[in-house]
Each structure stands twice: as structure tokens, then as C-alpha cells.
Design a protein around this ligand. Structure first.
Ligand code: DGY
Length: 338
């Protein structure tokens, strides 16, 4: 049996098998809520070796400093880590790890669902039916966009962007990727079937634009009023990445004034709040950050998050460290390595 040593702090409880894995090797503390900064600082000052936060927790300099000198790793329960100040963590010798790969297909499914729902106006139709405003089939009632032969523009051609491209090809869409937006090699089966275009051209030619970029200083408000003005009035915008990649206030105006035909959004700039007026835009399909929300995916994320934490406790760099350079030399093991 492995000796229990070291302390892991989770803000929200992880799904199994995360807690079982962590509790087998460490003291597991669970706050059970998204804490305020002061609450999180107080919890860290009690002595924590590994923090497992949620994407809603802001892990900034003040939080990292409260963890000193004991905090060795921040293992976030998400693939996106824009909520963590990684350079401050690196400067303090704190390794940051995330959960890539396991949520690719679930997120791509969600994006495809939003593409279908926005293009075919399914949520508008659902509301009409519920409101008793469906008075029977009519030749020009709620007409939408044909996906066959429509051009999907993928902005951010990494794992998830490529998974969406595969699905879209299955729907007989044409697919193009924005230039310079592929952080990893393009899979062989996609290489020949996907055009690469400069972003401004992609915005003006695509029928559907789907965003799959991390949120960074360079991608913040990448889709602003100018970008929205470039899109066709028949086009739809899909965002399953991070809300602030889109200027949500500008998007609200674009939808209200019909610059574009619709949007499918799973993420928002200031979750859970929406930009004023967005909720009144009938052509927007709004889902509550469900990209990875399947039973299997959330369990796989918990497993990866726990594996990252266990590695850090054992003094090994987690497989999914985003700043491996944070540990010039690994800290001493608190538990037996595997
Ligand atoms: C992530 O992991 O970053 C996702 O947004 C969660 O759905």
C-alpha cells in the first residue's frame, strides 16, 4: 500500500476516478465551491502541495504566493488554462498541468451540434413550438443554411479544430483552416481536403466560422466588429473555445442588426453573465459551456487531472505539464513513484 503523504486541494469535487486516485496517496481536501480569492488564499496557507482548480478559479500571483513555499503544482481540471498565470507559476517553481486530448471528441460534437442548430434554426423553431407559434408547415417558414457544400472556416486547427473538420467533411461541407492557426501537424487524411487561407479571406468566404483557439493576449477579441463585418450576412459564427476570443458586445450588435445570420455559443466573456442584449437575439443558440460535458469525458478529465497531481506528488513532471521548465530540478518525492 502507498503511504499517504502530501496534500491535494480541489476547489470543486472532481468526478470519479479522480477523488479515489488522489485519496489513495494524499490527504484530499475539497472546498466544494468556487472560493473567493481570500478563501482560496486561506486554504492554501494551511499547507497544500498540489492545487486542482476549475476553469472558473483565477490562479494569479496573489493566489500562488499564498501557496508558498509548499505549493509545487497546479493541476487544472480543463484543457484551457487561461485562468492560470503560467509565467508567475514558472517564476515560483510551480508546475502547471492540464487535461488535453480526452475532451477533443466531446467538444467537437458540441461544436457540430451548434453548427447544425444555428444553421437550421432549431432552437428558434423549438421556441416557436413551445410558444404556440407553429401554425403548420409553410414553404418559407424558418429557412436556414444548407450544410452540404457550405464552407466551414476553422480558426484554430489543433486537436479540436481538426476533429470538427472531420465531422464537417462527413456532412459534405468544404473545409478551410485559417493560416498560422495549426499548433500541431495536420492529420494526413485532412491535409489534402482542407484549404489553408488567410483569416480575413476565410472570414469573408466561409458560411460557418468555428473557433478553436486558446485565449491568449493575441486571440483576445480576435473576432471583433471588423471581423464580424467581414462575414457574409448568411454566415454563422460558432464558439466553443473561450468567450473572450469574441467581442461579445460587438457580436450582439451584429446579430441584432443582421450583419450575420446567427451564432452558436457555448462560452461567454464573463461566464455566467452574458453581454447585455445577447439573450434577446433570437438567432443565437446559447449553451451553458457544455463542450466537455459527457459522463465519460468528465471522468477521463478527472483521471488525467489526478494522474498529473500524483506525478507531481511523486516528484515527477506531470505528462501534461504546460511549463515543464518550472522545475529546474524536480522537488523531492512525497509519495512512492509509479
Ligand atoms: C476546457 O477543458 O477548457 C473546457 O472548456 C471544459 O469544457
Amino acid at each position: 500500500m502507498t503511504a499517504v503523504a502530501g496534500t491535494v486541494l480541489c476547489t470543486l469535487a472532481l468526478p470519479e476516478p479522480g477523488p479515489a486516485r488522489l485519496a489513495a496517496v494524499a490527504e484530499l481536501r475539497v472546498m466544494g465551491r468556487i472560493p473567493t480569492v481570500t478563501e482560496l488564499q486561506a486554504a492554501l496557507r494551511e499547507g497544500v502541495d498540489v492545487l486542482c482548480p476549475q476553469l472558473r478559479d483565477r490562479i494569479d500571483v496573489d493566489v500562488l504566493d499564498a501557496g508558498r513555499p509548499r505549493l509545487r503544482a497546479v493541476c487544472t481540471y480543463a484543457v484551457g488554462y487561461d485562468n492560470v498565470d503560467v509565467s508567475a507559476a514558472t517564476a515560483r517553481g510551480v508546475i502547471v498541468a492540464n487535461t488535453p486530448g480526452v475532451l477533443t471528441d466531446a467538444t467537437a460534437d458540441c461544436a457540430m451540434g451548434l453548427i447544425l442548430a444555428a444553421a437550421r434554426r432549431l432552437c428558434e423553431g423549438d421556441r416557436r413550438v413551445r410558444q404556440g407559434r407553429f401554425s403548420g408547415w409553410e414553404p418559407e417558414f424558418l429557412l436556414g443554411l444548407d450544410l452540404q457544400d457550405a464552407l466551414l472556416g476553422v480558426v484554430g486547427f489543433g486537436r479540436i479544430g481538426q476533429a470538427v473538420a472531420r465531422r464537417a467533411l462527413g456532412f459534405s461541407m468544404r473545409v478551410a483552416a485559417a493560416e498560422h492557426s495549426s499548433p500541431r501537424p495536420v492529420a494526413d487524411e485532412l491535409g489534402e481536403r482542407v484549404r489553408v487561407m488567410p483569416l480575413p479571406d476565410l472570414l469573408s468566404e466561409a458560411d460557418v466560422i468555428s473557433l478553436h483557439l486558446p485565449l491568449t493576449a493575441a486571440t483576445h477579441h480576435l473576432i471583433d466588429a471588423t471581423a464580424l463585418r467581414r462575414m457574409k450576412p448568411t454566415a454563422v459564427l460558432i464558439n466553443t473555445a473561450r468567450g473572450a476570443v469574441v467581442d461579445e458586445a460587438a457580436l450582439t450588435v451584429a446579430l441584432r442588426e443582421g450583419w450575420i445570420a446567427g451564432a452558436g455559443l457555448d462560452v461567454y466573456e464573463d461566464e455566467p453573465r452574458l453581454a447585455p442584449g445577447l439573450v434577446d437575439c433570437d438567432t443565437a443558440v446559447l449553451s451553458p459551456h457544455l463542450g466537455s460535458a459527457t459522463v465519460r469525458t468528465r471522468a477521463a478529465m478527472a483521471e488525467l487531472c489526478a494522474d498529473n497531481a500524483v506525478a507531481a506528488l511523486a516528484g515527477r513532471r506531470p505528462r501534461h505539464a504546460v511549463n515543464p521548465e518550472a522545475w529546474a530540478s524536480p522537488p523531492p518525492p512525497l509519495i512512492g513513484g509509479r
